[in-house]
Design a protein around this ligand. Structure first.
Ligand code: HEM
Length: 254
């Protein structure tokens, strides 16, 4: 790769001419850059880090699954692009404006000085700290295709779930919302509760409708699943999807 770059750079007429002019700067050395590390090794270990706050099971699954509809069509072979032409100064994009004070957010550290693990799991308690999320590319390892329960087809799960919510059927299984600290006893497929962002939901009726499958969703049964949820698909509107399943508000164990 490096030797390829060397031959390419020296064959560019403007560069070789510039370096031969009197008083010109010598041609810059080609710096050897090690290839980027593969992320599809122990993805779980890299996410776990040393943070004690991270649940042992809080490593996100492949999203979306390799064989899911989202990926279909995006895996086509592409032809190798031709070597790009070197742009002149006037063709280059201008640099972005310097960030002003208004764009600064208290409680967050600068991206350049923070390690990726501190961004994922901020140690501060500030509510303005960066929430856990994932910037990592999906794991390339193949995963099993998630088969939804009979009658819960992959294309219409959201519609079916919306219909069930509108049906007026009792999805909570409790008479009134309450503050609770104990989730542990609701840990079975026919009685599973989980907490997300301080709210406790009965996830039992949603299990067959979850696009990622029942098994993945059961990983957060009887515990606070906020972190794993955020690392998997934080953009999913959990409050909207599970509003009919809200059973209470989480009181942290003191
Ligand atoms: C109650 C909480 C959860 C809700 C409401 C929820 C909802 C959803 C929704 C709406 C999707 C489809 C998203 C899309 O297509 O862009 C999805 C996909 C998925 N979810 Fe969840 N989810 C929850 C918890 C979890 C947890 C805890 C995990 C794993 C630990 C998980 C794993 C997945 C995976 C792997 C997919 C992708 C399926 C695929 O397309 O290959 N989910 N979930």
């Amino acid at each position: 790769m490096t030797s390829y770059l060397r031959t390419w750079i020296s064959s560019v007429p403007s560069l070789s001419l510039a370096s031969s002019l009197p008083g010109a700067q010598p041609a810059p050395n080609v710096i050897e850059v090690p290839p980027p590390e593969e992320h599809d090794g122990d993805h779980a270990a890299s996410l776990r880090g040393d943070d004690e706050d991270v649940h042992v099971d809080d490593f996100p699954p492949t999203f979306p699954s390799l064989n899911s509809a989202q990926r279909a069509g995006s895996s086509k072979e592409t032809t190798r692009p031709a070597i790009p032409r070197i742009l002149t100064d006037s063709e280059l994009m201008p640099p972005p404006p310097l960030p002003g004070l208004a764009s600064r957010r208290p409680g967050t550290s600068s991206v350049s000085s923070a390690s990726s693990s501190s961004l994922l799991f901020p140690s501060g308690t500030s509510s303005l700290a960066v929430p856990p999320s994932t910037l990592k590319p999906p794991n390339k390892k193949a995963t099993k295709k998630v088969a939804l329960a009979p009658g819960h087809g992959p294309l219409d799960w959201a519609t079916l779930w919306a219909n069930l919510k509108k049906s007026g059927k009792d999805l909570r299984g409790v008479d009134a919302l309450s503050r609770m600290s104990v989730l542990k006893q609701h840990n079975k497929r026919d009685d599973a509760w989980s907490a997300f962002n301080g709210k406790v939901y009965n996830i039992t009726p949603y299990l067959p409708y979850h696009a990622g499958g029942e098994k993945e969703l059961m990983r957060v049964a009887s515990r606070d699943g906020s972190k794993l949820f955020a690392l998997t698909h934080g953009w999913v509107n959990i409050d909207y999807i599970l509003d009919e399943c809200l059973v209470g508000f989480l009181v942290p164990d003191s």
